[in-house]
Design a protein around this ligand. Structure first.
Ligand SMILES: [Zn+2]
Length: 343
């Protein structure tokens, strides 16, 4: 497998981080202890048989007996660490991300001597934990800005279609939903009369230039210049065969009717695309948001002070394999721009 230089450098950093963590925790038992310690901060735990609220006994065991009915109570039950057999891979991947180091699933599997599937599961669980964090600095970017990195098939990819077909399929469904209420989109720009007429003549179905000229009574030269204005402002898109249609981003609840926001979104999407190509080569459309969260861990360092991921995981409920299979990135992903160091 060929990795890029940045990816190789990150992998070397991850190996150093692993040596330090192993020195700190000693062994699998030490890693488990650290997790049990995190979970003990809840103080009490409810027995799922008799519902008695037990005080958590912080011991070296992950299980205690209910003081009322004597049923086994697992400290990890329904938590982020539900039924985890090996704590070391999970804690190490968490801490590598905590430090802002990015590695691929294959590299994590090799580093920790676990199956790719095990490492992939932890990546996705951590990605979901991070994706639920708000960001005042983030931008909702339409997924179609990110299709250049979509290159892996998933359960959502239609048969005999390229991976990116997932995106088209999702957009087709969204358009079907919105078609029932085909209304003129709201645009936060001051439009003059011919521009307003052009806006009303466009729809999400491509329409011929000549047809538009007829509908709007605009001369070809004037129409060309207005369409260019629309394209620059993210209102319209040109299609093959000299056709035009409303931009898909207009489907997304008025996203980017402000040109500066559109430019910002496109620029962040480009940064994200470089990141994915550097570290993962490509991802599936289904998991774009999960990888956007992994990108955030790398660039949005202010949001992840020491031990923050550890605390987030300790407080998070169980994310099952079924939850992950059911996970699909929505039509827009939250992307966070790299911070410029101002201190
Ligand atoms: Zn009980």
């Amino acid at each position: 497998m060929v990795f890029t230089d940045v990816s190789e450098a990150s992998f070397a950093q991850a190996r150093v981080a692993l040596r330090k963590l192993d020195a700190q925790y000693g062994s699998e038992a030490g890693y488990m202890q650290s997790v049990l310690e995190d979970l003990a901060s809840r103080e009490t735990i409810i027995c799922n048989q008799c519902f008695f609220e037990n005080k958590i006994e912080y011991t070296e065991e992950r299980m205690q007996l209910c003081s009322k009915c004597r049923k086994e109570i697992w400290h990890t039950a329904e938590t982020f660490y539900h039924k985890v057999r090996l704590f070391r891979p999970r804690v190490v991947i968490r801490e590598i991300f905590q430090q802002g180091i990015t590695i691929s699933v294959n590299q994590a599997a090799e580093l920790l001597d676990v199956a790719n599937g095990t490492a992939a599961l932890v990546f996705k669980q951590l990605g979901i934990v991070v994706s639920r964090l708000n960001s005042s600095n983030g931008v909702q970017v339409p997924t179609q800005f990110c299709t250049s990195v979509v290159s892996r098939r998933s359960t959502e990819t239609p048969a005999r279609e390229p991976p990116v077909a997932e995106e088209f399929e999702l957009r087709r469904k969204l358009q079907e939903d919105s078609k029932a209420s085909e209304v003129v989109p709201e645009v936060n720009l001051d439009l003059n009369e011919p521009q307003q007429k052009l806006l009303e003549s466009l729809s999400h179905e491509p329409i011929l230039f000549e047809e538009l000229s007829r509908k709007t009574n605009l001369e070809p030269a004037e129409l060309t210049s207005q369409l260019m204005f629309f394209e620059l402002n993210g209102i319209a898109e040109s299609c093959p065969g000299n056709k035009y249609k409303l931009a898909d981003s207009l489907n997304l609840a008025g996203a980017f009717t402000d040109p500066s926001q559109l430019a910002k979104a496109q620029s962040i999407a480009k940064t994200f695309a470089y990141f994915i190509k550097d570290y993962f080569q490509g991802v599936s459309r289904k998991y774009l948001q999960i990888y956007a969260s992994i990108h955030r861990l790398s660039v949005d360092r202010k949001s992840f002070p020491p031990n923050s991921l550890r605390k987030l995981c300790a407080a998070h409920s169980h994310i099952s394999y079924e939850d992950i299979l059911a996970y699909v990135t929505p039509p827009a992903v939250l992307l966070v721009a790299p911070h410029h160091n101002t201190s």
